[in-house]
Design a protein around this ligand. Structure first.
Ligand code: G6P
Length: 586
């Protein structure tokens, strides 16, 4: 998703900004740009591609001056073109902006501004901010007043940084992340702490509905009415600077390999939160659980395990759907929100909907400095370190580990989860790397994959299909085994590949029957099971373990398969096309 950055300090701004943008690459983007100010003149360079590619073409980092702004764009309004890349300057070139979010009323604003003679170079919604600022600055001649007038005219969700050619930077936050990095001689606005972590670990989290002004002589934060607000400097975790691939070819592979350790660290330092969460859940009238993408798949698993092990009913709600059926949520209930980033717009909106009817919020989140944490009554940290690969891997298993820990507490420790066994089983699955690499070769010519599972293994099948489509761009679908004969069987022929998740539990025989029916239609079958079968063209063996360890173990070979198939298909496993790690717009 778009990342914005602003810098003012003693260093030459452009190289610092380029470095910050590179660190935020994981958020996902398609084009990049930088603008700087020197001697009351703004200069700007931008283009389509990765930061390093565009930089080597147009030399973003050669721009002069000690103040600047930068952006990586994830297209929403307007195609992926050089012109639509940010920064955007006002028609006079005296103000430039970078923006993350969506300006809903941009068409009306654009029409009015065009009537008044302002010109536009792009198809984006963002460019109106630059011209609107210019119009207001021409009237007021003052940055604070200009920002207040502009903000009052904008509708939508945004974080933007504006650079004025008089040497002032200003940034506003409305439902998109915005953080200030406070160094000794370097100051930043950024969407993410990774934008400045190399320079400082002191940060100010700008509250929603506030804006800030930064220049040589001043730094202040104001609310949208122009009143100064008090702020706090927070120390951010240095571990988030530790995002290097090391010996691994990709972050995704590194993150898959970290899981035998991250599973042991889940919820560390959040022990009180886990106890409190269990207490809230025990006494709640209703419990709902929400998330997006992989985090939603964790919620689906939670539904099964809460009822099986803690005899507690939870209702799952996809975050992006809640706004259309808000009445699902009974007032004064509990909403458990799961999110790696804590910044997914859909999740934040779901939380907001629940808070409006006085629900308490328990969040399971990796970034403990995120917006979600600030909206929560209890926040439990996944503690799995930075996850850079866009496709979630280690955060998924950490989310499950935390849900297991909550179950332990809900059962008054009658249920004991063996996390050491889980870690050993993950390590064993990781040793299957070479076998899985060979199977990945089979996916090269395949255009459809179906993943079958029943019961609690159905959400694993859905997560498996999600990993496959994100990483390989092959159409993949998770199917509840029993539904095969109610439709999907029509799709089975020698051109498809089917992955059968078939543990030796109560689902075994029914699932094997489905596999045999599929096999007789000519499809190739990969069996993921603790028992072999001649029905499988390939068998990936899962060690026999306790049930909860078994579920965790099932997803590891599919993460590896998706990764190696991505290499076979020549896609970039870390940054799948069109996707973003942190989806901060709706
Ligand atoms: C994006 C990512 C997914 C992720 C989802 C939810 O779609 O590409 O990998 O599962 O967002 O993200 P969250 O940070 O809320 O867990």
């Amino acid at each position: 998703m778009c990342s914005i950055i602003g810098y003012y300090g003693l260093e030459i701004a452009a190289p610092v900004i380029v470095k910050g943008l590179k660190r935020m690459e994981y958020r996902g983007y398609d084009s990049v740009g930088v603008a700087t100010e020197a001697n009351n003149h703004i200069e700007l360079k931008k283009g389509v591609g990765k930061v390093a590619e565009v930089n080597s073409m147009v030399h973003l980092d050669s721009l002069p001056g000690r103040m600047g702004i930068g952006h990586t764009r994830w297209a929403t309004h307007g195609k992926v073109t050089d012109k639509n890349a940010h920064p955007h300057s006002s028609s006079s070139g005296k103000i430039a902006i970078v923006h993350n979010g969506i300006i809903e009323n941009y068409q009306e604003l654009k029409k009015e501004l065009e009537k008044e003679g302002y010109t536009f170079k792009s198809e984006t919604d963002s460019e109106v901010i630059a011209n609107l600022l210019q119009k207001n600055y021409d009237v007021t001649g003052d940055v604070k007043d200009t920002m207040m007038r502009t903000i009052s005219e904008l509708k939508g969700h945004y974080a933007f940084v504006a650079m004025f050619d008089n040497g002032q930077l200003s940034a506003a936050r409305f439902h998109e992340p915005l953080i200030v990095g406070v160094g000794l001689s370097n100051f930043f606005f950024s969407s993410d702490v990774l934008g400045f972590i190399e320079y400082t670990d002191d940060a100010i989290y700008i509250e929603n509905g506030n804006f800030a002004i930064m220049s040589k002589n001043e730094f202040k934060i104001l609310d949208f009415n122009g009143e100064a607000v008090k702020y706090q400097i927070t120390k951010v975790s240095k571990e988030f600077a530790d995002s290097y691939k090391g010996e691994y070819a990709h972050f995704t592979l590194k993150e898959i390999y970290e899981q035998n350790e991250t599973i042991l660290k889940a919820g560390e330092r959040s022990e009180d939160g886990i106890i409190k969460a269990a207490d809230f859940i025990k006494h709640a009238k209703n419990v709902y659980i929400t998330g997006s993408g992989t985090s939603y798949n964790s919620a689906l698993i939670a539904k099964h395990i809460f009822s099986k092990y803690a005899k507690i009913k939870v209702e799952t709600i996809m975050s992006s759907e809640l706004q259309f059926s808000p009445d699902i949520i009974e007032p004064n209930s509990i909403l458990i929100a799961i999110s790696q980033s804590g910044e997914s717009a859909d999740v934040l909106e779901a939380v907001n909907t629940a808070k409006n009817v006085k629900c308490k919020i328990i969040s399971i989140v990796n970034l403990l400095t995120s917006s979600l944490v600030r909206e929560s009554d209890i926040a439990i940290g996944m503690n799995c370190g930075p996850e850079i690969g866009v496709a979630a891997t280690k955060s998924f298993t950490s989310q499950l580990a935390i849900l297991f820990k909550i179950i332990e507490k809900l059962s008054n420790n009658m249920v004991k989860v063996d996390f050491e066994e889980m870690s050993r089983s993950i390590s064993k699955m990781l040793e299957e790397r070479n076998k899985i690499k060979k199977i990945a070769n089979e996916l090269r010519e395949i255009s459809d994959i179906y993943v079958l599972g029943r019961g609690i293994h159905y959400p694993i099948a859905i997560e498996a299909a999600l990993k496959l489509k994100e990483l390989t761009y092959i159409h993949a679908e998770g199917i509840p085994g029993g539904e095969l004969k109610h439709g999907p069987l029509a799709l089975m022929d020698s051109g498809v590949l089917v992955i059968i998740i078939n543990p030796n539990d109560s689902t075994y025989l029914d699932t094997l029957t489905s596999a045999i029916q599929i096999k007789s239609r000519g499809a190739k079958i990969i069996g993921i099971s603790d028992v072999p079968s001649e029905t499988y063209d390939y068998w990936i063996e899962i060690p026999k373990t306790s049930d909860l360890t078994y579920i965790i173990s099932e997803i590891i070979p599919i993460q590896l398969l998706s990764y190696y198939a991505a290499l076979e298909k020549n896609t970039d496993p870390d940054y799948p096309r069109n996707l973003a790690k942190s989806v901060t717009v709706k």
